[in-house]
Design a protein. Structure first.
Length: 193
């Protein structure tokens, strides 16, 4: 997948990507619809997920492209953003909004996403792209946020920027999930094992 995304990125943007990232989707084994009430859930990460390749640009813009969707976006780098319709790129744009309000980013970026999580399948494609974007920006710009901060940031994106009523399970399971292991998560205290 890395080689294919590198080729597609070069075709789309005329430069090589500087970094590659991946986050999984998740499935919930026990506790559906109780995470936003602070209950116990038992999710685990899955092998399906979302990839992101990126590189800086010199134009002070953020370019969002996906191999899954025709819609693209070019946004000027500024201090805050608002949701623009139902398009897919609102999820990563919400992450940029969270980080820009704190003044973290000053470089334009070219972004190319690809996911193999079926949309609407209940495997958390939206949380995957949120955590992916938050993790990638945190790593690429060396912002120093820990995983729990990125989980909380991504939940704010889903609730406040996108406007969905959801709990923290999806983002938490994606960020903290490990291969061949399920998590038991208390969605009130965020303690897990």
């Amino acid at each position: 997948m890395k080689a294919e995304l590198t080729t597609k990125f070069s075709e789309q943007y005329g430069q090589e990507p500087k970094q590659h990232y991946f986050t999984p989707g998740r499935v919930n084994l026990i506790g559906e619809h109780i995470d936003y009430n602070g209950g116990l859930v038992m999710p685990c990460a899955v092998t399906l997920g979302t990839w992101l390749v990126l590189a800086p640009n010199n134009e002070k813009v953020i370019r969002f492209k996906s191999l899954n969707f025709e819609e693209e976006a070019v946004m000027e780098l500024k201090s805050s953003y608002t949701k623009t319709g139902p398009e897919w790129f609102n999820y990563p744009l919400g992450v940029f909004n969270e980080l820009q309000q704190a003044g973290w980013l000053s470089t334009g970026l070219d972004l190319l996403y690809f996911g193999n999580i079926p949309i609407g399948s209940g495997l958390s494609s939206s949380a995957s792209i949120e955590i992916l974007t938050a993790y990638a920006l945190n790593d690429f710009f060396d912002l120093g946020h820990d995983k729990l901060e990125l989980v909380k940031l991504s939940k704010r994106v889903e609730n406040d920027f996108i406007g969905l009523n959801s709990g923290i399970m999806d983002q938490f399971a994606i960020a903290f999930g490990e291969a061949n292991k399920a998590l038991v998560l208390n969605c009130d205290t965020l303690k897990y094992k």
